[in-house]
Write a protein that binds this ligand. Structure first.
Ligand code: UDX
Length: 442
């Protein structure tokens, strides 16, 4: 078993650290935020993620994981140091590597024995080479430090499961020593391993995320055409999904992708291409489709109504997807300000994202409208003039079509996640708009 240090306790760092501990390694998680470190020490997860807190508590109690702000003690004698700090998007679309550079310098000035540095953060192609050189430039002690790429593919909401049962582990290095060390670390996971060069590993991460983002934008593009030509995107997706070459996942049309990865990684790859004198036309088109898609329902509702001014608007779901309290690039963040600016009185429901949303839009008046947060979907729907569905939480899916009819003043529903059968909503007497669908009387 190895002694592992993890730099950064965001989704990637914390989940990886907990899973390494669960598989028997000795893990120290490092973060600069003392408050966060104390919260983790008390057994509380700073992020909402299924199974994470239980595994944090178990491995902490069994002495396999610890949390600290003292990077020196964590790095000095580690076998491997995993970097999982953020690479946020900069205004020009490029990835900000400041946090990676800070950690690299700390490692260089601290390590006292041979050690492998593993970059887990999503970084532009060539970054691992630079990190290795940077560490060598600042290295104080006479030890061997190599850098390998080991990108992370976890999705929020299923992060622990995605890590423990990953479809593959990518090891990016040209060094046998580094490859063997990473293979040893991942041995207890018993997962397929793909060994490639560092640059290929970096590209695999971007290419995978961009491909998935494009898949969604493609389905959204086709969905918009379906509406115009009388086809139904859900039937189309079902028909496509039986082809193994296409697969049956990521075919759901809706109001566009959000989250911490797809929007950032598509822009970063487009930027990287531009820097290399190449125009990545497919990705560019995918980004443009997603941008339009996010306000599609607002545009549809605007053409159905004379005004939103003074209307009670129920908003069901605020997070970018279910199973997370994360709001990054969520469609709600674009639509709510538009509705408030038009004078809407919003009643918003979200089972876990409410608090984060409230931090940005405190309850009360904004622009010409108001926002109120409710714990119960019924309180949002009662006497409402219009309802928007932005996230397919199970609580939202469990609302019966009749409830919209019975509770709302005017049962007018704009569903960005296609969670209802059109025929059921019609039967209940709800005026229902969704994405890319047409009713064929079945
Ligand atoms: C994604 C990747 O799945 C993961 O491998 C990578 O490491 C990080 O980025 P995440 O952003 O957590 O994970 O969520 P994901 O489930 O992939 O969904 C991303 C967005 O796409 C969400 O807004 C979701 O609603 C949307 N989506 C997904 C669709 O609109 N349609 C689909 O069919 C699937």
């Amino acid at each position: 078993m190895c002694k592992i240090a993890i730099a950064g306790t965001g989704y990637v760092g914390l989940v990886s650290g907990v899973c390494f501990a669960e598989k028997g390694h000795q893990v120290t998680c490092v973060d600069t935020d003392e408050n966060k470190v104390n919260i983790m020490k008390s057994g509380v997860s700073p992020i909402y993620e299924a199974d994470l807190e239980e595994l944090m508590q178990k491995n902490y109690a069994e002495g396999r994981i610890s949390y600290t702000t003292d990077y020196k003690s964590a790095y000095k004698d580690a076998d491997a140091i995993f970097i999982g700090v953020g690479t946020p998007e900069q205004p020009d679309g490029s990835a900000n590597l400041t946090y990676i550079a800070t950690v690299a310098r700390q490692i260089a000035e601290t390590v006292m024995r041979d050690c492998l540095v593993v970059v887990k953060s999503t970084v532009p192609i060539g970054t691992n080479d630079k990190v290795e050189q940077f560490i060598k430039d600042f290295l104080i002690n006479d030890v061997k430090v190599e850098v390998a790429s080991n990108p992370e593919f976890l999705a929020q909401g299923t992060a622990v499961r995605d890590t423990l049962h990953a479809a593959r582990v990518i090891i990016g290095t040209d060094s046998k020593w580094a490859e063997d060390m990473l293979k040893k670390i991942y041995e207890p996971f018993n997962l397929p391993i793909v060994s490639v060069s560092r640059r290929s590993a970096e590209m695999i991460k971007y290419a995978s995320n961009n491909f998935l983002a494009l898949k969604i934008s493609y389905m959204n593009d086709i969905a918009n055409l379906c509406e115009l030509v009388g086809a139904d995107i859900q039937d189309v997706a079902k028909g496509m999904s039986f082809d193994e070459r296409i697969g049956n996942k990521f075919l759901s049309a809706g109001i566009g992708y959000g989250g911490s990865c797809f929007p950032k990684d598509t822009k970063a790859l487009e930027y990287l291409a531009k820097q290399n004198g190449y125009e990545l036309r497919t990705v560019k088109a995918g980004i443009a489709v997603n941008k339009e898609q996010k306000t599609l329902l607002y545009k549809k509702a605007s053409s159905r109504l004379i005004t939103f001014n003074g209307l009670k608007v129920a908003v069901l779901g605020l997070t970018f997807k279910p199973g997370t309290d994360d709001l990054r690039e969520a469609p709600s963040l674009e639509n709510v300000p538009l509705l408030l600016a038009q004078g809407a009185n919003i009643y918003a429901f979200d089972p876990v994202g409410k608090k984060n949303f409230e931090d940005r839009f405190p309850e009360g008046k904004h622009d010409k409208g108001r926002i109120t947060y409710v714990d119960n979907i019924k309180d949002a729907l009662i006497d409402a003039n219009i309802c928007f569905i932005f996230t397919e939480w199970s609580e939202v899916k469990s609302v019966a079509p009749e409830d919209y009819k019975n509770l709302m003043r005017t049962p007018l529903v704009f569903d960005g996640r296609n969670i209802y059968e059109i025929k059921d909503m019609r039967k209940a007497g709800v005026e229902y708009y969704s994405v890319g669908r047409n009713y064929h009387g079945r």
